[in-house]
Write a protein of this length. Structure first.
Ligand SMILES: Nc1nc2c(ncn2[C@@H]2O[C@H](COP(=O)(O)OP(=O)(O)OP(=O)(O)O)[C@@H](O)[C@H]2O)c(=O)[nH]1
Ligand SMILES: [Zn+2]
Length: 376
């Protein structure tokens, strides 16, 4: 029998510069400041998060760049606005009369109420190559858990970079989530007896970018030579903590702990990927859209996101650090099975993880079954 996680926390490794740069840019963007995104050729784009822009910050952006700001939205958002067919990638929207903060808010945010519809006939749309600074700026907004929409201004060629503006490389933004997952390391673990699984430990894995830890709940003494009963659980503040009836997460979390406890051993990975990776604030926006009639997948698309923005590298990395090579996976989601298999973790069995529905989550569960391929 190979005992899992038979290691002590290692020394802190210095964070690689690209991770630090993106983390700092995220903080700037979230508080409404301008950051500079640099494309491979060296061209800079000055960027504001659309949801944090004000009339004042737009004027500031125009002055800094000496050029006219434009909006960048995802191809999905442009599709739901009916401005062009839905498509992958990012779209630049130029407004003939000049972009205003109100127009940006209306175009970027389907939940915004207090601004009137701008004249969309005056918009020019251009698809952006993925490696451009403008396209990468939307990925940066996603990393910041903001709406996937930015306001961008590109200074004339040869203009000097303004002092005091934080610069981040587009390639580092695009690779950020994968890079951060690669740096996860065990930082602490402790025994935490849980109701239904008294013999439990919680281990925390921290990425080097300063981001939030992912957790592993290790129950009993799983044998690394055998398939380990495993659950990948994405964080759901509303369901896990508050007992929200809109989803099945709370039941699934406590149900998995009880089932693993009864089986004697196994692991629950508690992944900080709230709202299928869009973050809590955007999930609340998605809920508001669902109250207006959209289902859980279309609400994501209305906001400009993909239906599921999660990546599985954090889970893969944690399983590797824990010493798990084979799993019996507690899930109804075929994407989880495929993702683990694609990254070399053998799923010897899928164990269904179904709980009774209630009046509030029936539609949500039906959509998962009919549109996401969940096996209920
Ligand atoms: N964007 C969005 N996220 C939601 C919604 N309802 C629940 N979530 C999130 O969806 C995630 C659910 O994740 P999981 O428990 O891993 O569930 P799953 O992907 O359906 O797969 P299994 O439960 O394993 O079958 C959590 O991060 C929730 O916060 C919603 O309406 N919109
Ligand atoms: Zn939930």
């Amino acid at each position: 029998m190979t005992k899992l996680l038979d290691t002590t926390p290692g020394p802190t490794q210095p964070a690689p510069a690209p991770l630090i740069a993106v983390d700092r840019a995220v903080a700037e963007l979230r508080r409404g400041a301008v950051v500079a995104v640099r494309a491979a050729g060296g061209r800079i784009a000055y960027v504001l998060a659309a949801e944090a822009a004000t009339a004042e910050s737009l004027v500031n952006l125009t002055t800094m760049s000496g050029s006219k700001p434009f909006l960048v939205l995802t191809g999905r958002r442009v599709g739901v606005l009916g401005l062009a067919p839905a498509q992958a990638g990012m779209i630049r929207l130029d407004m003939a009369a000049g972009l205003t903060a109100e127009a940006a808010a209306w175009l970027a945010d389907p939940v915004v109420r207090d601004v009137s519809r701008p004249d969309t006939s005056a918009l020019t749309l251009t698809a952006l190559a993925d490696d451009t600074a403008a396209a990468a700026s939307v990925t940066l907004a996603k990393v910041a858990r903001l709406l996937p929409a930015t306001i961008v201004a590109i200074p004339p060629a040869g203009a000097l970079l303004l002092q005091g503006v934080l610069v981040v490389d587009a390639a580092d933004v695009i690779d950020h989530n994968l890079n951060a997952a690669r740096t996860l390391r065990l930082v602490s673990q402790a025994r935490v007896p849980l109701s239904g699984a008294e013999n439990a430990r919680i281990a925390a894995f921290r990425p080097a970018d300063g981001g939030i830890e992912h957790l592993a709940i290790i129950i009993g003494e799983p044998d690394g030579d055998q398939p380990v009963l495993t659950r990948l659980h994405s964080e759901c503040f509303t369901g896990d903590l508050l007992g929200s009836l809109r989803c099945d997460c709370g039941d699934q979390l406590r149900g998995a702990i009880a089932e693993i406890g009864q089986a004697g051993s196994g692991i629950l990975l508690y992944l900080s990927q709230e709202g299928r990776g869009i973050g809590l604030v955007n999930k609340l926006r998605a809920y508001e859209l669902q109250d207006g009639g959209f289902d859980t997948l279309d609400a994501n698309l209305q906001l400009g996101f993909d239906d599921d923005e999660r990546i599985y590298q954090p889970a893969i990395r944690m399983l590797a650090l824990l010493g798990v090579k084979q799993v019996r996976l507690l899930t109804n989601n075929p994407r989880k099975v495929d993702a683990l298999a694609a990254h070399g973790v053998q799923v010897t069995e899928r164990v269904p993880h179904i709980f009774a529905s209630n009046d509030h989550n029936q539609g949500y569960l039906r959509t998962k079954a009919t549109r996401s391929g969940h096996m209920f």
